[in-house]
Design a protein around this ligand. Sequence first.
Ligand code: ATP
Ligand code: MG
Length: 558
Amino acid sequence: MHEIQESLTSDFIRTRIKKDLELGKCTTVHTRFPPEPNGYLHIGHAKSICLNFALAEEYNGICNIRMDDTNPEKESEEYVEAIMEDIRWLGFTPGKNFFFASDYFEKLYELAEQLIEKGLAYVDFSTPDEMRINRGTLVEAGVESPYRNTSVEENLALFRKMRAGEFEDGTCVLRAKIDMSSPNISMRDPTIYRIRHAHHYRTGNTWCIYPMYDFTHCISDSFEEISHSLCSLEFENNRELYDWFLDVLELHKVQQIEFARLRLTYTVLSKRKLIQLVQEGHVAGWDDPRMPTIRGMKQRGYPASAIRQFCSMIGVSKANSIVDYEVLEYCVRAELNEVAPRYMAVRNPLKVVITNYPEDSIEELVMPFFPEDDSKGTRIAPFSREIYIERDDFMENPSKKYFRLAPGKEVRLRYAYYITCTDVIKDDSGEIVELRCTYDPETKGGTSPDGRKVKGTLHWVSVQNAFPITLRNYEHLFTIPNPTNPPDGGDFLDYLNPTSCVDEIAYAEPYVATLPQETVLQFERIGYYKCASPYEEGTSPCFTRITTLKDSFSKQKS
Ligand code: ATP
Ligand code: MG
């Protein structure tokens, strides 16, 4: 299932660009990312952003950002700002290379008139149904519209009336006059302008006609002297039309290259579905840490560098496939491993009394933030006669392979001492409520001077200093790997995971109380967490899970 490609220096897009440079089809590499400001960016967009910026950088070129804003009803300034914020957060700065398709409305209009003058466009008053039926099918040619042979003069006059607001929405459209019997349906006289009496967030009420994507996109690319216009596979059939417009209008040529969009297991990446999740309240918002949006991932605590690494690791391909979410988590862990200091916290605690440890003594033990690198700092955690360990770290009747605590067995307490279990205390119902152990004072720091080895190392906290916290454990939002295509044609919402956000109480070492909000850390043997609400008198701070420590992906790889 893993769609990992190794070094990306040799993918089909880079091969193609190299060839285009050699053949002189272009002299510099100029790419663009064209979001429509009608929603928030998600990890699929990140793939496109990383690819476009990486190509520009590799070839010493430029990558533009262009708001593809030709649908007045759905677009807003708020989305523009959110998109730019996310792009910057991902680590890319478009600077002056930032454009709006709406800035080209006047020039696009002029080019549409040119098409009419060339006899290559006409105003069509057919109803949408008539147009749909007359477009034909994959096996049947289309039928020419009765308006197809209107004179150039009349078409010009009609198109100017469209612009002047003399027609209601939907009365007519401007169509390119190409070929109703083309095997490529995109070429069967596609619509290039439609009437929308709607306020546009940037052009206000200046326009009541708006250009269609296929017309706008290639021309905008050309105006900006884009060399390679990378888009997803659905646009493969539109390439012929893309080339046609640039050709007949004698504009700067651009190479359109299609690649497979990113799909990721256990998530949905369609804007429509994401909007539904937010609007119907299945998540807290666009930045809910379970959302595959850039802001959701930021909120979750995924480092931008991990997302960039993921995008470069999955590479680009022509084949549609679905990437395992584990690949993304693998990248997140790899980054966090370097930057997240370690602390100890105990879930589901079991009290251990160290019977030979002095009653009122508290020892301050020094522990590294990073077990492999003392130079990255240390913290202090108190050790005392009574500690908590996790209930799962003790077994009364262990199997041979159980290396943690059991009656008569010796284990290491992380950065502290070796302890041996001497007694198991139970309540009337037979439940274990406490363990009695002895410690070996010679093993301070966790090594024995006589070279005695123990296999298990447990994390722990001192009972009298333990600090209660909430662990908010996030899981996938969906229970099935491919919620976009649920089995038996079901709805994706039927597969929402009821346990995608579960709170759990834990007891942490006291140092944790001093951490500011947003701190990213690892609770040893538990997972990577982010401090979502810091400690305040009388409250229990909340730590949200970024990812678990389990790493089945790297195990599969090795
Ligand atoms: P819609 O089709 O609903 O408009 P969209 O995802 O295409 O949604 P855009 O804002 O138009 O939204 O996308 C901007 C760019 O991001 C496009 O060039 C598109 O190809 C690319 N893109 C969108 N989704 C993905 C994805 N899952 N993988 C790779 N690229 C994507
Ligand atoms: Mg789109």
